[in-house]
Design a protein around this ligand. Structure first.
Ligand code: IDP
Ligand code: MG
Length: 138
């Protein structure tokens, strides 16, 4: 079964909507096989988002992602990577489809409430960035 990596970002944790987001994840057929609450340092956020280094939004993104705790999760399901991206919705909530998490909960293009891996190799890297083998329940 395919695994993907998900984050409930600081804007959503701060607004206490993690339960609502987790409900949507479970109702959509994902199994949560690992989960923890974690407050990233700037360095850890920079490492996670290294692919965006140099982009105009990078510094603000790092400040935001290290501004408070987030929830990191590994989700499992057939087609988990694409299906989680679909449930999240477009990066900019203004372009997100009805019924998606970002359409319903995101504040703006930066504070967009959730993260999801975009491919098999990034899912593998991101899962191993946050979780060790001992943290999985399968
Ligand atoms: P994704 O989260 O939908 O995969 P990416 O392009 O990988 O989107 O960007 C990573 C994160 O960087 C976004 O989720 C969002 O928080 C932030 N971001 C992306 N584009 C912009 C932008 O144009 N302005 C501000 N923040 C942005
Ligand atoms: Mg991305």
């Amino acid at each position: 079964m395919e695994k993907t990596f998900a984050i409930i970002k600081p804007d959503a944790v701060e607004r206490r909507i993690t339960g609502k987001i987790i409900s949507k994840i479970e109702e959509s057929g994902f199994n949560i096989v690992a989960m923890k609450k974690i407050w990233l340092t700037k360095k850890e956020a920079e490492g996670f988002y290294a692919v965006h280094k140099g982009k105009p939004f990078f510094e603000s993104l790092i400040n935001y992602m290290s501004s408070g705790p987030c929830i990191a999760m590994v989700l499992e399901k057939e087609n988990a990577i694409a299906d989680w991206r679909k449930l999240m919705g477009a990066t900019n909530p203004a372009n997100a489809e009805a019924g998606t998490i970002r359409k319903e909960f995101a504040i703006d293009v930066e504070k967009n409430s959730v993260h999801g891996s975009d491919a098999v190799d990034t899912a593998k890297y991101e899962i191993s960035y946050f979780f060790s083998n001992l943290e999985f329940c399968e």
